[in-house]
Write a protein that binds this ligand. Sequence first.
Ligand SMILES: [Mg+2]
Length: 124
Amino acid sequence: MAKLRILVVDDIYANRFLLSELIKLTGNEILLAENGEEALSILRQETIHLVFMDIEMPVMNGLETTRYIRNEMPSPLNVLPVIAVTAHNPEMFFQDFADVGFDELITKPYSAEKIRDVISKIIP
Ligand SMILES: [Mg+2]
């Protein structure tokens, strides 16, 4: 598999660090953002193949950001794969992650295997 450029969006430093270490184990490249606004500006400037998106963030949360990507960004960015990431019960935020535009959802605890599985599910 060719190296992917993966954007990790999370407001908590420890979460960004943990996720990016696990993604590094899959042999892919990582870019980081602290909130949705920062993520959108990176998406406008860099080639990104996949996003891990935290749901709860200040400034612009993961739901708002994913909706923006789906509805406002030009093709092919509007169909960029976005994986929702949360430590909480996702039913606090939505019934079905697909309804809000996410391709997949992962919950804590994360593991290298879980990360590898979700990446290869989206980009075989
Ligand atoms: Mg958060």
